[in-house]
Design a protein around this ligand. Sequence first.
Ligand code: 1CP
Length: 354
Amino acid sequence: MNQVATKTHVSSKPFLDVLNGRPNGNESDYIPFWFMRQAGRYLPEYRKLRASRNGFLDMAFDPKAASEITLQPIRRFGMDAAILFSDILVIPHALSQALDFVEGEGPKLDPIRDGAALSKLSFSGLESKLSPVYETISNVTAQLDDQTALIGFAGSPWTVATYMVEGSSSRDFINVKKMAYGDPELFSKLIDMLVEATAHYLIKQADSGVEALQLFDSWAGALDADEFKKWVIGPTKKIIDLVRDSHPDIPIIGFPKGAGYNYMSYAEETGVSALGLDSQVPVKWAARSLQPLMPVQGNLDPICLLTGGDTMKIAVEKIMEELSGGPFIFNLGHGIHKDTPLENVEALIKLLRP
Ligand code: 1CP
């Protein structure tokens, strides 16, 4: 397959250069890009592989399949970074909460609603359940070219806890908020467990060869400012401090989706090295108030990519105009939609690499 984009004019890994505050090689106008959920169902080669397997977890825990899927979008599109193919819910699974991905319905877990259910979680299987992920990282690292970086990731405790308590995706987060507001002591126990498991998992990913980390806090927008401080900023900071104890220089991108004005305190207080912006963040505000603090990444609405044409072109130009003057990585504001036409992805890359 042809690589659409070429990186031959830059000296190292442009994605890491931006995160590390270095100018992008010789060309300050080289904007690195990757797309959240770039490995997945919009790709025919992914759908083909998935059809021959017993579901999502079977692929995610098979180092050969997971490496192949991680590399599929890179071979087709030449992004500046690959992201490990796994999921944020491998942590509850590794803590022995029953997890299933039901086709068309999303994740299903045995919900944790009280102390008795919480006490069944256990660290004893963590290492053996997660070890295939570390093998995937070694495989991918051996196959990537010297200008493409590998990103490891995990979910942030708040977002992972929403799935653990609700038992599935949620719109209103009633059960998890009821626990967080009504029994903060019990909820803290769950969050503390997630902090410990997640920090361990990220450290092992870095030991295995990932060069940057992203923390996905997809449901950070469900909390008001005080609760955001308690359940998003506090636990995120703890994880980052623990990771930095053993990997002081690894860049960590935080993605507190939907955080709105709380992006500011998140940037100032968690210790992240860069911010993933969702599509609702006004780029003018981001350029003025967030980008001076640290590199930013984002934030094309995935539905603009799905729509394509002039809608997409205008949206991309606006983002570039506002953010390309400072440290910037082009991305979407959330994961790529499964019905996105491949031609639109190709057209987007042509806009980024004319
Ligand atoms: O083929 C399939 O049916 C599985 C679909 C799928 C895929 C491709 C799931 C189930 N997870 C993934 C991979 C995945 N998930 C990756 C690696 C691939 C890549 O990015 O290229 C990553 C980083 C994630 C992260 C993830 N999983 C998040 C955070 C980002 C986000 O989208 O907000 C969340 C919330 C999940 C949970 C999850 N996993 C899968 C589903 C269907 C869901 C539920 C999403 C929801 O509640 O809306």
